[in-house]
Design a protein around this ligand. Structure first.
Ligand SMILES: Nc1nc2c(ncn2[C@@H]2O[C@H](COP(=O)(O)OP(=O)(O)O)[C@@H](O)[C@H]2O)c(=O)[nH]1
Ligand SMILES: [Mg+2]
Length: 333
């Protein structure tokens, strides 16, 4: 599909907080057509000065822990305090199952009807530039459109939570009481990444267990060294069913925000995240060039044949390709 709007129309629409245009701009960003990508890059450049003002929250946890249900309530709660909220979901499995995003949509039905909210499932894993940078770009568009809080939901499996940690200010890990860490599929290192933990479904017969888990995790977190943020992660309990603990979660995020703004860590972290994003783009661009070179260069074909015939080792062959690639670049500049 060809993009129908001009750069000016995208920019104006987004500045006015026009949700339809915002949606179209996101589609543009997610497009793999070279023309669209060119326009998308320009758009991101133009809106840059209007970005960065939101509180960016990442929420992770195994499927079924209650992320979407909590986000619906938390989103409405934040909106009630007067802030516009955008929710982006990254679900690596959605491509296969096709079910979970639909499920999310229904569970966030209430929030999605709220004119102060914007909900968007992320592009699947096939987009150029990777899911992480695409999600980041979508987040920037939402900020330029006036959303003051961005919530990114990601499933706590695979690489995505590291990527989400790298694009958010506050990383919230949701846990179930009574299930061991292994059972929950929580990889080592995720706990250390969290700025806050919430034990979900603390309702009915589960309340006692949830409170016990809260103490247990709080103790476990104390054993970790103090994070660079200077903020010691808190553990809370919550129930979306009973609507309890939601305000506490929001207050924790605000306290973190104030704490890190005052210490300077907030800006430092954002700067480091910008550099990480730059590095990811740079890797991607150089890799694209290299792949193109490998696919088309005659000398590479000869080197490949030598590897097939066991005349040279793959490592030496790779070094030869690197040298040929460098010569090729030099020849062009
Ligand atoms: N008892 C109880 N069930 C909940 C709560 N929050 C979510 N659930 C249920 O847990 C299931 C998974 O919730 P969902 O939000 O889709 O989890 P996600 O996969 O982490 O996004 C759903 O059936 C919810 O109704 C809660 O606070 N209490
Ligand atoms: Mg979900």
């Amino acid at each position: 599909m060809k993009s129908k709007l001009t750069l000016q129309q995208y920019t104006d629409g987004i500045s006015q907080g026009n949700r339809v245009v915002l949606g179209q701009a996101i589609t543009l960003i997610e497009s793999n057509l070279p023309d669209d990508q060119f326009l998308a890059a320009q758009l991101l450049e133009v809106i840059l000065s209007k970005t960065g003002n939101a509180i960016r929250i990442g929420i992770t946890g195994v499927p079924g822990v209650g992320k979407s249900t909590l986000i619906e309530l938390l989103g409405n709660h934040i909106i009630a305090s007067g802030k516009k909220v955008a929710v982006l979901t990254i679900d690596p499995s959605s491509q296969l199952t096709k079910g979970s995003i639909l499920g999310d949509k229904t569970r966030m039905e209430d929030l999605s009807k709220n004119p102060m909210a914007f909900i968007r499932p992320s592009a699947s894993g096939t987009v150029l530039g990777g899911v992480a940078n695409k999600t980041r770009e979508v987040m920037l568009l939402c900020e330029a459109a006036g959303y003051e809080v961005i919530i990114i939901e990601t499933v706590g499996v695979g690489q995505s939570e590291v990527e989400v940690k790298n694009m958010t200010d506050f990383f919230l890990l949701l846990m179930l009481a009574g299930a061991g860490d292994e059972l929950q599929g929580i990889k080592k290192g995720i706990m250390e990444m969290a700025d806050g933990l919430a034990i979900t479904k603390a309702d009915g017969d589960n309340i006692k267990q949830a409170t016990a888990a809260q103490a247990e995790y709080q103790h476990a977190l104390h054993l970790y060294p103090m994070p660079a943020s200077g903020w010691s992660p808190k553990v809370l309990t919550c129930s979306a069913m009973n609507n309890t603990g939601i305000d506490e979660i929001w207050k924790m995020i605000l306290a973190y925000h104030e704490h890190t703004l005052a210490s300077g860590y907030f800006d430092l972290n954002r700067q480091q995240q910008n550099i990480k994003s730059l590095n990811a783009y740079a890797d991607q661009l150089v890799l694209d060039d290299l792949r193109k070179f490998i696919a088309t260069n005659a000398q590479v074909k000869e080197i490949e044949q030598l590897v097939k015939d066991q005349q040279i080792s793959p490592l030496i062959a790779a070094q030869k390709i690197q040298e040929a690639f460098k010569r090729d670049i030099k020849g062009k500049t």
